[in-house]
Design a protein around this ligand. Structure first.
Ligand code: NCD
Length: 336
C-alpha cells in the first residue's frame, strides 16, 4: 500500500511489507512517546477525532499521538451532541470535517460507516472502529505487542494464539485474525459460546490460507499450549436485547489459578480493554495485575507508537520527524 494520503479502513489493505514498514516507523517513535525527544513535524496540522461511540484509550491515544508529533486535535465525543442526530448524512459530515482537518480518526456504531464517510472525505480517514466490523489500528498495536512480548525479530510465523469471549461482535479479534493470517503456520484456538463464534467468513479465509483454526467452548482445554491468550469483553452494546448479554457474561474468565493450571508458563496475556471488571463479568481478574506476562498496559502504550506511525506515513513525513527534534528538558525517568 502507498500509505501517503490513504484511508486506513481495514486490515485487508495490508500486506506483510506494509506491516514491516509501519512497525519500523513505530519503533522510531519511541523517544517521542517516552518524552525523551520532542518533534514539531506536524506543526500546523489538525486531527479531526470523531468518536460517535464510547471510547477512552483509542480516542485519547489518537489525540496524544497527534499532539506528540506537534499537531492539534479537535474532537467530538458524544453522538447526541453532534448534528448526526439532526439527520445529517455521513457524506455532509465528511465534507465539512475534512475541510477543517488534515486527517480524521473516526469511530461509529455502524459497520461500513467509516468506509462510507471516507468516500466523501478530502483527507485520510483512519477507522477507529466501525460497529462489530473492524478496528485496524488496534490489531496493528496488538500484533506489534505480540512481536515484542515474544521477542520475535522478524516475521511471526508459527505462533499459537487463543482468542476468548465474544468473537462474534468483537471487532478487535476480527481485525487481529485477518492480520495474523498474513503469516504462516498460525494456530488460532477460538474459545467462545457457540452463539458468539467468530464469523464464518473469517474462519474460512484463515483456513483457505492454510492456517489452523480450532473452535471450542471449553476454555480449559483451549488455553493449553498457546503463546498468547487474547481475552475480550462481551460486547453488550451490540446485542439486540441487552439481557441476552447477561447469559454470556462471566462465562469465560482468566485468573491466576486458571492461568497457572491451564496455560503454558509465560503465555502472554492480552486484552484490548476495557476489561469488564464487574463481579458478574470479570473476564480478566485483577489478581493477575502484577503478573509479568500481563501485557495489557504495554498494549496501550504501544498504541501511541502505532498511531504516531500511521499519522507519519499517511501524511508522508516519515523522513522529516527527526529534523525538528529537540531534547525534552522536563523528561523524567520515573514515568517509564
Ligand atoms: C475495543 C473496541 O472498542 O472495540 N476497545 C478498544 O478500542 N481498545 C474493545 C471493547 O470495547 O471491548
Amino acid at each position: 500500500m502507498n500509505f501517503l494520503g490513504s484511508h486506513i479502513l481495514s486490515i485487508s489493505q495490508f500486506d506483510k511489507n506494509d506491516v514491516k514498514e509501519l512497525f519500523r516507523v513505530a519503533d522510531e517513535m519511541e523517544p517521542y512517546a517516552q518524552r525523551k525527544m520532542h518533534t514539531r513535524v506536524l506543526d500546523g496540522a489538525i486531527l479531526g477525532n470523531l468518536f460517535f461511540e464510547p471510547s477512552t484509550r483509542t480516542r485519547v491515544s489518537f489525540g496524544c499521538a497527534f499532539n506528540l508529533l506537534g499537531g492539534q486535535v479537535r474532537e467530538t465525543t458524544d453522538i447526541k451532541a453532534s448534528a448526526i442526530t439532526k439527520g445529517e448524512s455521513l457524506y455532509d459530515t465528511a465534507r465539512v470535517i475534512s475541510g477543517y482537518s488534515d486527517v480524521i480518526a473516526m469511530r461509529h456504531p455502524v459497520a461500513g460507516s467509516v468506509d462510507e464517510f471516507s468516500r466523501a472525505s478530502r483527507v485520510p480517514v483512519i477507522n477507529a472502529g466501525d460497529g462489530p466490523s473492524e478496528h485496524p489500528s488496534q490489531a496493528l498495536l496488538d500484533l506489534y505487542t505480540i512481536k515484542k512480548e515474544l521477542r520475535i525479530a522478524d516475521e511471526l510465523n508459527g505462533i499459537r494464539i487463543a482468542m476468548v469471549g465474544d468473537l462474534k461482535y468483537g471487532r478487535t479479534v476480527h481485525s487481529l485474525s485477518k492480520l495474523l493470517n498474513l503469516y504462516d503456520n498460525i494456530t488460532f484456538t477460538l474459545i467462545s459460546p457457540a452463539e458468539l463464534k467468530m464469523p464464518e467468513e473469517i474462519v474460512e479465509i484463515i483456513r483457505q490460507r492454510g492456517n489452523t483454526v480450532i473452535e471450542t467452548d471449553d476454555m480449559e482445554s483451549g488455553l493449553k499450549d498457546n503463546d498468547t491468550v487474547y481475552l475480550t469483553r462481551i460486547q453488550e452494546e451490540r446485542f439486540e436485547d441487552r439481557k441476552e448479554a447477561d447469559i454470556y457474561r462471566g462465562r469465560f474468565r482468566l485468573n491466576q489459578a486458571i492461568y497457572t493450571s491451564h496455560c503454558k508458563p509465560n503465555t502472554v496475556i492480552m486484552h484490548p480493554l476495557p476489561r469488564d471488571s464487574r463481579a458478574e463479568a470479570n473476564e480478566l481478574d485483577i489478581d493477575l495485575n502484577q503478573h509479568p506476562s500481563l501485557a495489557i498496559f504495554r498494549q496501550t502504550d504501544n498504541g501511541v507508537l502505532i498511531r504516531m506511525a500511521l499519522f507519519v506515513l499517511t501524511l508522508g513525513v516519515q523522513d522529516m520527524v527527526h529534523d525538528s527534534a529537540v531534547e525534552v528538558k522536563w523528561y523524567t525517568e520515573k514515568r517509564f
